[in-house]
Design a protein around this ligand. Structure first.
Ligand SMILES: [Zn+2]
Length: 181
């Protein structure tokens, strides 16, 4: 498997190349939307560097979450390494985003429950507002929504593609020493 640094480099190169691709090939009214292009770059970077498929393993990505890595501990334990749940083009990134949203929600509920003891907060109104904003996001900001979705998928695709390429290379070269990521 390519090591974590190789995956990081590919992510950065892919994010950089997404800019000229956007400027050349996006529909004309999208092309001029530079903030949406920035969303594409940021989501590609975030997807590859933070939401990487290798969160299914005690990897450099998992460690990158620092003190927050406990959020990904259940994911790491539940998802078999390199299964379609973590290393596929659509299901895997969607599952990671969903997981991240659910965990964030649980964290928010627990945090606001604790804050409630110090100062009263309307937790339900806050949850509803956040949920409403999330559901409304594709309608209100379609360019940003699609740019974020493409970037998230691209970040995973670069990883899965590199893994698959490496596996083929190894098969073609049986004497090659196996390297750990
Ligand atoms: Zn991998």
């Amino acid at each position: 498997m390519p090591d974590g640094k190789t995956h990081d480099r590919l992510t950065i190169i892919g994010a950089a190349l997404s800019v000229p691709t956007w400027l050349l090939f996006a529909p004309p009214d999208w092309r001029a939307d530079y903030p949406a292009c920035a969303t594409l770059v940021i989501s590609t970077l975030f997807s590859g560097l933070m939401l990487s498929p290798d969160l299914d393993l005690d990897s450099s990505i998992y460690q990158r979450w620092g003190p927050l890595r406990f959020l990904w501990w259940p994911y790491q334990k539940l998802i078999p390494h390199r299964s379609f749940l973590s290393h596929s083009l659509l299901i895997a990134p969607m599952l990671r985003v969903l997981y991240f949203l659910v965990i964030s929600y649980v964290l928010f509920r627990a945090g606001s429950w604790a804050i409630n003891f110090v100062t009263p907060v309307n937790r339900n109104a806050m949850s509803d507002a956040a949920f409403g904003a999330l559901v409304d996001f594709p309608n209100r900001h379609p360019h940003h929504f699609y740019a974020a979705a493409i970037g998230t998928i691209l970040g995973t695709a670069l990883h899965v593609g590199a893994d698959a390429f490496w596996t083929r290379l190894q098969k073609a070269n049986p004497f090659r020493r196996k390297r750990r990521r």
